[in-house]
Design a protein around this ligand. Structure first.
Ligand code: ADP
Ligand code: ASP
Ligand code: MG
Length: 411
């Protein structure tokens, strides 16, 4: 079957006229003979509103009930989009995560897709239905409703594209594609025609909201191209694909992430096994750690600092407080007014001096660097949260990203 998977984000289905126009776009694509599977997010700010409703009741909501609540947002948009397509005389059916066969682990609010049982989607496609799937949700083996983490509808789309062996996974959103940085923050940002999977995984993981990191990891693993396109025009957007097919560039993008916090355990007596004990305790609570720094302070005492996503900060501090007593460490310190700024590019590892240039640009702005981390294709600095926009603008300008040209590699 010639299957196209499309995904429309919250802004793109934010009101009824937009839902109607999405219905028109889907039917236009279908008229080329493709079988259409369409993933949709909740309308506009629905998910935020649902989060706020829960917060008005409790500061410590149960993760199970949050998933039960948040999964309702997508059910509204799938039903409305299905109605809009039916109103145009075509066949459509909306399916929840459970009905679409999206099986996840039982980790509420950040569940991972384990498998996709495609039978029910395929049987609806065979009956010529447009199949509309609720993004961001799945079901565990124990029939619990789960969600995939904020922004997770992209991951629903790429997992479906892989499972259905679709031709392409098209992500329709409110910008023209993937840019060198957030175009809503830096108007000079340049739209990229192409970006590699590796770069996109790093950009997304470092805070570029345009794609959910896991969606890119899944597409990369199975070699499915992702096209990021505007939902309001026919512009070609950005294709996420194999690095080997692309021209090499040193830096592709800059991004910021304010959703982080630092937790430090100070004055730990220096002896073997300390780090193992601390990180086993954190790991057993399912706390993801973005960055670890161990520094040796005076008198044989160590400090260990970790950077976590803000939603984990309280939990991480509680775990460390438990460890502090048994390790006879001095204190736990939390700091949440921090942000990460990252540069990403396939040529970073092979080009000497890039890190030094990044640090100099930040120094020129008198922005202090708290922590540094890097991978083959990324350098990240932790800085004061308030300075994030200027750091991003300065890095974008000094690396001349507004002039970035990147095409396909010459054979
Ligand atoms: P959707 O609701 O369609 O999923 P999102 O809000 O999740 O859309 O993602 C699109 C937004 O991502 C854009 O409006 C833009 O502000 C932001 N963004 C951040 N970094 C980038 C980038 N490098 N390229 C494009 N958009 C970016
Ligand atoms: N509606 C969910 C969210 O706002 C999922 C998504 O938009 O991808 O995070
Ligand atoms: Mg999104």
């Amino acid at each position: 079957m010639n299957i196209i998977v499309q995904k429309y984000g919250g802004t793109s289905v934010g009101n009824i006229p937009k839902i109607k126009s999405v219905a028109d776009r889907i039917l236009k694509a279908k008229s080329s003979g493709a079988a259409m599977v369409v993933v949709v997010s909740a309308m506009g700010h629905t998910t935020d509103r649902l989060v706020n409703l829960a917060r008005a009741i409790t500061r410590k909501p149960s993760r199970r009930e949050m998933d039960m609540l948040l999964s309702t947002g997508e059910q509204i948009s799938i039903a409305l989009l299905s109605l809009a397509i039916q109103e145009r005389g075509a066949k459509a059916i909306s399916l929840t995560g459970l009905q679409s066969g999206i099986v996840t682990d039982a980790n509420y609010s950040m569940a991972k897709i384990k498998s996709v049982k495609t039978d029910s989607i395929v049987s609806q496609l065979e009956k010529d239905h447009v199949v509309i799937v609720a993004g961001f949700q799945g079901v565990s083996n124990g029939f619990e409703i789960t969600t995939l983490g904020r922004g997770g509808s992209d991951t629903t789309a790429s997992a479906l594209a892989v499972a259905l062996q679709a031709r392409c996974c098209e992500i329709y959103t409110d910008v023209e594609g993937v840019y060198t940085t957030d175009p809503n923050l830096v108007p000079e940002a340049k739209k990229l025609h192409y970006i590699s999977y590796e770069e996109m995984v790093e950009l997304a993981g470092a805070g570029a909201q345009v794609l959910h990191p896991r969606s890119v990891e899944i597409a990369m693993k199975f070699g499915v191209p992702i096209a990021v396109r505007p939902s309001y025009s026919d512009a070609p957007g950005t294709v996420v694909m194999e690095a080997a097919k692309l021209e090499n560039v040193v830096i592709t993008g800059v991004t910021g992430n304010k959703n982080i916090a630092k937790v430090a355990i100070r004055g730990i007596p220096d002896r073997p096994g300390v780090a193992a004990q601390i990180f086993s305790a954190l790991g057993s609570q399912g706390i993801n750690i973005r960055l670890i720094i161990q520094s040796i302070a005076a008198d044989g005492l160590n400090d260990i600092s970790l950077v976590v996503s803000r939603e984990f900060v309280k939990q991480a501090a509680e775990v460390l407080e438990g460890q502090r007593r048994s390790l006879k460490a001095k204190e736990i310190v939390c700091h949440d007014k921090l942000a990460e700024v990252s540069i990403v590019g396939s040529g970073i590892a092979s080009t000497p001096g890039v890190a030094a240039r990044m640090f100099k640009i930040l120094a020129k702005q008198k922005i202090n660097i708290d922590l540094i981390s890097s991978s083959e294709v990324r350098i990240t600095c932790v800085i004061d949260e308030k300075r994030t926009p200027e750091a991003i603008r300065a890095l974008h300008q000094e690396f001349r990203l507004e002039k970035l040209q990147r095409g396909l590699a010459r054979k």
